[in-house]
Design a binder for this molecule. Structure first.
Ligand SMILES: Cc1cc2nc3c(=O)[nH]c(=O)nc-3n(C[C@H](O)[C@H](O)[C@H](O)COP(=O)(O)O)c2cc1C
Length: 179
């Protein structure tokens, strides 16, 4: 039996080197539509996405993270994933699931993507989260989980192989076997 979703997840790898070629707006919209189908706690859909295409703005966003945001600088599109936390206990989970959908959706369109983590990361002066919210004019009740760097792939990594999956991480009935 073919398993298209498994094939897609085996192919998906983080891309940190991007070409300068643009991503079509329609492709970005399709990726975001898929992100909007992600499950969320209580079905509240509290995750918001700020799509940034302006290169200078992307550079400024990258600068808000003290270290490790280099892949963003090369990207063509930066999706900043954030949640209205005023009534959302599980905001990290909600934003993580939506982010995962973006990574998989990007791969489906053969677009490279990388999760650049923001939550609990230092900025230049304040936290990276606060600095990005100030830059993008985001209300105080929101928190930023990450930025997803998107672009045409400039590097090609080996796909995951089905026979090298961490199958030992799957436990049946009990974690340890009962003797
Ligand atoms: C919660 C989380 C945080 C991550 N943060 C970063 C990051 O800040 N910078 C980065 O380059 N990659 C980041 N990544 C990507 C991981 O480094 C990458 O998924 C991992 O090395 C496995 O490689 P793969 O994505 O090619 O399977 C993050 C991934 C996750 C799930």
């Amino acid at each position: 039996m073919s398993n298209d979703l498994l094939d897609l997840t085996l192919k998906r790898r983080s891309t940190r080197i991007f070409l300068t070629d643009e991503i079509e707006d329609n492709t970005i919209n399709e990726i975001l539509k898929i992100a909007l189908t992600a499950p969320s706690s209580w079905g509240e859909h509290p995750v918001h996405f700020v799509v940034v295409k302006d290169k200078e703005m992307i550079r400024e966003i990258a600068h808000c993270k003290a270290m490790g945001a280099n892949p963003l600088i090369q990207s063509n599109v930066c999706i900043v994933v954030m949640v209205d936390t005023s009534n959302c206990e599980l905001w990290i989970e909600d934003a993580s699931v939506a982010s995962t959908y973006i990574l998989l959706a990007a791969e489906q369109f053969n677009i490279g993507a990388c999760w650049i983590h923001i939550r609990n990361r230092a900025g230049q002066v304040k936290s990276a989260d606060e600095e990005i919210r100030e830059l993008l004019n985001v209300p105080d009740n929101f928190r930023v989980l990450n930025c997803i760097a998107l672009g045409q792939k400039g590097e090609f990594k080996k796909e995951y192989s089905e026979d090298k999956l961490h199958i030992e991480n799957i436990h049946h009935d009990f974690f340890l076997g009962v003797v």
